[in-house]
Design a protein around this ligand. Structure first.
Ligand code: AMP
Length: 182
């Protein structure tokens, strides 16, 4: 089983839901940068205060702040044998920083799961989810950011990409994910 994975795909593709299920099965942590930011916002930490404006607008939080947060999370003991990175990297610059972190730790990614889904479906899902940044204009901006900044990662990772059909029911997608990492 592959255990050091990046989850890629547009916002609203269901990465978080699938990562939760998979983390449980593999016994590795689900590391979601969005969740980490939201926890910091909830606790009113300086990191949360800094990140909030970007998140509310659907823009990316600056890379130095984000990468520092990821680096310290990856250094925790529970991530030593594996991790599911959800929402990071989101740019090729972040992918290069991740590579440096992994090189330093002497480990390598086992693969990059790319969640493939129709854009109309992700907009519907996000509007139904109703998170604070799930307003129509913010959603539109997050999709634009995905296209310009994050989608190039599919080419960046090339042969490491494992496509997963992310349309359908949670259980069937979960089965596809398991089949994909065997
Ligand atoms: P998510 O929960 O992955 O949809 O992330 C929610 C928001 O957190 C994004 O719209 C960004 O504002 C911010 N965010 C999450 N991950 C990153 C990242 N890797 N780089 C920059 N900003 C991020």
């Amino acid at each position: 089983m592959k255990k050091r994975l990046v989850l890629l795909g547009p916002p609203g593709a269901g990465k978080g839901t699938q990562a939760e299920l998979l983390a449980e099965k593999l016994g590795v942590p689900h590391i979601s940068t969005g969740d980490l930011f939201r926890a910091n916002i909830g606790q009113g930490t300086p990191l949360g205060v800094e990140a909030k404006g970007y998140i509310d607008a659907g823009n990316l939080v600056p890379t130095d702040v984000t990468a520092r947060m990821v680096k310290s999370r990856l250094a925790e003991a529970d991530a030593a044998e594996g991790f599911l990175l959800d929402g990071f990297p989101r740019t090729t610059e972040q992918a290069e920083l991740l590579q440096e972190m992994l090189d330093e730790a002497g480990v390598a990614l086992d693969g990059v799961l790319n969640f493939v889904i129709d854009e109309d479906i992700v907009v519907e899902r996000m509007l139904a989810r109703g998170r604070e940044d799930d307003k129509e204009d913010v959603i539109r901006n997050r999709l634009a950011v995905y296209h310009s900044e994050t989608k190039p990662l599919i080419d960046h990772y090339g042969a490491e990409i494992i496509n997963v059909d992310a349309e359908g029911e949670v259980e069937e997608i979960s089965q596809r994910v398991l089949d994909a990492i065997k």
